[in-house]
Design a protein around this ligand. Structure first.
Ligand SMILES: Cc1ncc(COP(=O)(O)O)c(C=O)c1O
Length: 356
């Protein structure tokens, strides 16, 4: 064995940088990670205490994932043979990338795209083509379709994080049909938008739709993601790529109960959508900001040269949002999650005071 190779590998990996998590601020109003605080704390207390009753963690969760998939299948009305699960959708994306892509596989996505996905491509040295958003934070479908001719894998987070943009359903369906490589549609924020591409998987063999309970169900800490794909892909994923026990017993049991109580998630979505309109309307009142429309549970705005000042001032008042900085020729982008009415009002009041 040659000496020094471990050091060399560590140096190489450290140059990649990795995914940047938001700063941890104790007791802050957390509007930085697109979590759902509208769904009641009782919802999670109920499912976690139910999960505890149904669990025996002395045992491996044999058969647990299968029961969870049955429950998901009822919820999304897709056959069990077309569903797989993962330790967060992050892990699903990671397993797809690390097993389907090589250094020669070209991935087409948008710029910006989901940060974790981008970092994973860097980690595996997978070449990425990233089509920039236009000045009004939209993606040109014609250009994206044209660029897809040079790609093997398409990845779109739909709606996109951090812009909140989503192609029209018709445009996205046409794009998927026109492409013969693998298409990954990440619907982490799909429940906040007006459509899902999940049922298209039945007719489109190259399509994988990824969803999660982290956002709409308010269960980010559970680490439970799932995907919908054709039978062959799903079988290979579940039997060859995925770990034998990817989810803890408590995650499986909590997940089953969460899907059974999905009405609470749906009710919270209605409130979040209303609040999203209120936040956009209010932020637009200030000429200082350029505010972008959103189909997700967050809003992106450009605070131009004052973005650092806005971010720091909010942070000093215990309000944590996401500082993104330059996106295209927008120099000062900030992303705020839609929280409860009270949280959003506190954020808007702080902004009002700041700009007075
Ligand atoms: C577009 C997108 N996909 C996936 C994820 C990760 O979801 P999970 O918590 O299921 O790993 C996120 C989380 O921020 C996201 O923004």
């Amino acid at each position: 064995m040659k000496t020094g190779w471990v050091e060399k590998k560590i140096k190489e990996l450290s140059s990649i940088g990795g995914y940047q998590k938001p700063e941890l601020q104790q007791d802050s109003l957390k509007l930085d990670s697109n979590e759902n605080y509208v769904i009641s704390k009782q919802f999670q207390s109920d499912i976690i205490s139910g999960a505890k009753k149904n669990s025996d963690v002395r045992e491996y969760p044999l058969g647990g994932v299968e029961r969870l998939i049955q429950t998901i299948s009822k919820f999304i009305k897709i056959p069990i043979s077309m569903i797989g699960v993962g330790n967060g959708s992050d892990q699903i994306l990671d397993l797809i990338l690390s097993n389907f892509a090589t250094k020669q596989t070209k991935v087409l996505t948008s710029n910006p795209t989901f940060g974790f996905f981008e970092e994973r491509c860097k980690l595996y040295s997978i070449p990425m083509i990233a089509l920039p958003f236009s000045h009004d934070m939209k993606l040109d479908i014609k250009e994206f379709t044209k660029q897809s001719k040079n790609a093997d894998i398409l990845y779109l987070d739909s709606p996109n994080n951090p812009t909140g943009f989503q192609f029209s359903k018709n445009d996205l369906q046409k794009l998927v049909k026109s492409f013969d490589g693998l298409v990954i549609i990440d619907e982490a924020y799909g429940d906040f938008s007006n459509y899902s591409l999940a049922s298209m998987v039945k007719s489109q063999k190259n399509l994988v739709v990824v969803q999660t309970v982290s956002k709409s169900f308010g269960l980010a800490g559970l680490r439970l993601g799932y995907f919908i794909a054709n039978k062959q892909f799903t079988e290979i994923f579940n039997t060859v790529l995925q770990y034998p026990y990817p989810l803890s017993t408590l995650t499986i049991e909590s997940g089953i109960l969460a899907f059974e109580k999905s009405q609470q998630m749906k009710d919270s979505i209605q409130i979040i959508k209303q609040e999203r309109s209120r936040m956009i309307e209010n932020l637009k009142k200030y000429n200082t900001f350029e505010v972008f429309d959103s189909e997700a549970n967050f809003v992106l705005f450009d605070a131009h040269g004052s973005y650092s000042r806005v971010y720091t001032a909010l942070s000093e008042q215990g309000i944590s949002i996401r500082k993104l900085g330059k996106i295209g020729n927008h120099e000062g982008c900030l992303r705020v999650t839609i929280g409860t009415k009270e949280m959003n009002s506190r954020f808007l009041l702080a902004i009002r005071d700041l700009l007075r």
